[in-house]
Design a protein around this ligand. Structure first.
Ligand code: NI
Length: 254
């Protein structure tokens, strides 16, 4: 398996990061992909990637909740890094109107700019979308072409939103612990998404799957996500692991 979205470079893992990686390897994870958040997280992310070469892979991008008055300077920093060395993706980027709508226009502009850079660099985009499907679809569709590819990470939308994404040629849907939650509609939606369009993720340290819900999440818990997808699709868990790994390898070229 590949954990396509994990923030294990954050301080939540400072005490036991080596053990977290060890447990991840033990459940069969072959790679952990690291989405950036903002200027505060770049150094720790790079450091972790250097420590686990070939296992941890960094992305570069500005997270929508970090878009504020200084977003142009923050974007300049992202661009500087993108021009300095290779990354596996531009992420995480997108629009989040759940926490704050103040910078809606700036979030849309930052999102679009980073999509343009991703296309120039032939990189996939990793999209964070929270209460902002209308805005995200607007920007993505404006920039859509044969080259544009990516994943809607931590997807929790409805069936119409899933179908709209499936209508894009080169986009995957990222599923994490939310799919295991008791009262989620997500299982019904995931049922309608073909296995060749799904990738696994944890979004660690957030969104731990049942029965760890509410606690710190870690990559090793990804098994529960694969298990739940297998259950809704009526497939063997090994088939789910295999296909989602193929999908992730193809999308991120790792
Ligand atoms: Ni994230």
């Amino acid at each position: 398996m590949i954990d396509t979205h994990s923030h294990i470079y954050l301080s939540e893992f400072d005490e036991d990061r080596a053990e977290v990686v060890e447990r991840a390897k033990r459940v069969g994870l072959k790679k952990i992909l690291l989405p950036n958040v903002d200027g505060e997280t770049i150094e720790a992310m790079h450091q972790l990637e250097g420590q686990y070469k070939g296992f941890c892979h960094a992305m570069m991008g500005l997270h929508p909740t970090s878009v504020d008055h200084n977003y142009r300077a923050a974007l300049d920093e992202v661009k500087k890094h993108l021009d300095t060395r290779p990354y596996i993706a531009v992420g995480e980027i997108g629009i989040d109107l759940y926490w704050d709508k103040t910078f809606r226009a700036e979030q849309m502009e930052a999102f679009e700019q980073q999509i343009i850079w991703a296309k120039e660099l032939n990189l996939p985009i990793v999209i964070h979308c929270r209460e902002a499907f209308a805005e995200v679809f607007e920007v993505v569709e404006k920039q859509m072409d044969d080259k544009l590819c990516g994943v809607f990470h931590s997807f929790t939308g409805n069936i119409e939103e899933a179908r709209r994404i499936l209508g894009y040629n080169n986009f995957m849907i990222g599923i994490n612990g939310v799919v295991t939650f008791k009262n989620t509609h997500l299982r019904e939606v995931v049922k309608e998404v073909p296995l060749n369009k799904l990738v696994l993720e944890t979004d660690a340290p957030y969104l731990a799957p049942v029965p760890k819900r509410g606690r710190r999440n870690e990559p090793a818990y990804i098994e529960k996500v694969a298990e739940t997808i297998a259950l809704v699709h009526g497939k063997d868990i090994e088939d789910v692991k295999k296909q989602t790994t193929i999908n992730a390898k193809q999308l991120f070229a790792v």
